[in-house]
Design a binder for this molecule. Structure first.
Ligand SMILES: Cc1ncc(COP(=O)(O)O)c(C=O)c1O
Length: 452
């Protein structure tokens, strides 16, 4: 029963309460009744290393004892210097500096503010619009909501500028008459049209998740899309910003998702979630030296918050990063992620409700439909995702899923286990998901709610 705690803020009186966490280790969490659950989605795709990693805990303890806090304009910290150097090295050429903050939404905000300050520093004051995509999620602060349009942007509309948005290249729920390639081309044409309509010299940046995360369920585009986006942005002097808050830190099988499309390198990259691994609220944006120098030799960038560059956060970030790279977890994500999709796809012909299996590395989703042939969704009045999440708990699976934009982009469950997951963990996950879907379909059929 929720009391004064977090649950009270969103849970209607009388509704089932969430699990209460007792402890967590590796890919598992335990509730206060001693029941164990596989953390199938790493929380909301954050706990990349799993829970209780000894190296991260040791780094945290050591830095907390040495100096937990330093304000960067007063004190430079060794922890910040070491973390940012290592992070930029992992990100590769073109990413020379990292501005470290306290989470994803803040990192998006700071990146957009940096882009604007850069426009002023380079004598382009007319550039301020950020083109976003639909669907997209970039966080729940006002600036992030302004660009993305998911979760809460309707309620907060009075505070928000109406930023231009273009369709994202979906791969499953395609408009009539389109296949994956033709729709990606259509999305590119829409980007060109939007830039022309807005006036190219008013557009500051195009912000996108290279693989759609929690607003559409693990959707990546054909490779030519990224290359063409890069060309379009360069042609018009528009900054290309990748929000890699979910895709970064090894989740897609490369350290950055951007590394999958090396000819389409973005100008700026935003990171969070996986770089702190759930151990610390950490975010960052990465920028090339030429942009940072232009800003530093002009107005400077004075938009940080109190915990920017936190030594404790940076020490955690460094330990997470070293663990990720030393154990080559991106390669593991690529390997076991392929197994996850292969196994689910092999079951698809016999598995009810499974419409689509998609993803890259360990950023995956399954889409739930009434009829896999027609892709018809289950009736909107069914709380499909809530039902499935509750059923999955009885299989020992803790899963995050959504019906985003009131169902416009389908019903889906994320399949994003920690990057440490082994092949046998993946097999257990697939078996549990298959049982969950069968049980749910049986229940709907028994209640006469699903034909078949
Ligand atoms: C792609 C993306 N960007 C930004 C955010 C916001 O990050 P945070 O919740 O840490 O503020 C999220 C969170 O889910 C996200 O998925």
């Amino acid at each position: 029963m929720p009391t004064a705690g977090m649950q009270a803020f969103w849970q209607a009186p009388g509704s089932a309460s969430a699990l209460r966490l007792a402890r967590a280790e590796g890919i598992y969490v335990w509730d206060d009744h001693g029941r164990r659950y596989f953390d199938v989605t790493s929380g909301p795709v954050a706990v990349n290393l799993g829970h209780g990693n000894p190296r991260v805990l040791a780094a945290m303890r050591e830095q907390a004892a040495r100096a937990a806090f330093a304000y960067p304009s007063q004190l430079e910290s060794e922890a910040n210097l070491r973390f940012t150097a290592r992070l930029c090295a992992a990100a590769g050429p073109g990413f020379d500096h990292a501005f470290v903050v306290s989470g994803g939404s803040e990192a998006v905000e700071k990146c957009l503010q940096f882009a604007r300050v850069h426009a002023l520093a380079t004598k382009q004051p007319g550039r301020w619009k950020i083109i976003g995509r639909l669907p997209a999620y970039h966080g729940s602060t006002l600036g992030a909501l302004e660009v993305a349009g998911d979760m809460g942007s309707g309620v907060m509309a009075p505070y928000l500028h109406d930023m231009p948005r273009v369709p994202a290249p979906l791969t499953y729920r395609l408009p009539d008459g389109h296949d994956v390639v033709s729709f990606a081309r259509h999305c590119l044409a829409e980007l060109e049209t939007t830039i022309a309509r807005e006036g190219a010299d008013t557009v500051l940046a195009f912000l996108l998740e290279p693989v759609i995360g929690l607003s559409g369920g693990a959707v990546s585009a054909p490779a030519f899309y990224y290359d063409e986006v890069r060309r379009i942005c360069s042609r018009h002097g528009i900054l290309l910003i990748y929000d890699e808050i979910i895709t970064g830190a090894g989740r897609t099988g490369r350290f950055l998702a951007a590394h999958h499309w090396p000819d389409a390198r973005p100008d700026l990259v935003v990171l969070a979630k996986g770089i702190g691994g759930g151990y610390w609220p950490l975010g960052a944006f990465l920028a090339p030296a030429v942009m940072v120098e232009a800003v530093a030799s002009g107005p400077g960038f004075h938009y940080g918050h109190t915990h920017k560059g936190s030594p404790l956060g940076c020490a955690v970030g460094l330990a997470v990063l070293e663990e990720t790279l030393d154990r080559d977890l991106p390669a593991n994500a690529e390997r076991v992620g392929a197994r996850l999709r292969d196994r689910l796809r092999a079951l698809q012909p016999t598995l009810p409700l499974l419409g689509d299996v998609r993803g890259i590395g360990l950023l995956n989703a399954i889409e739930i439909v009434a009829d896999p042939v027609t892709k018809t969704m289950l009736p909107r009045e069914f709380p499909v995702i809530e039902d499935l999440k509750a059923l999955a708990l009885t299989e020992g699976l803790l899963i995050y899923g959504r019906r985003s934009y009131a169902g416009r982009y389908g019903d889906w469950l994320m399949m994003t286990p920690p990057l440490i997951a082994t092949e046998s963990d993946i097999d257990a996950l697939v078996d549990g998901v298959a049982r969950t879907l069968r049980t749910y379909a049986d229940r709907l059929a028994r209640e006469g709610r699903l034909r078949g």
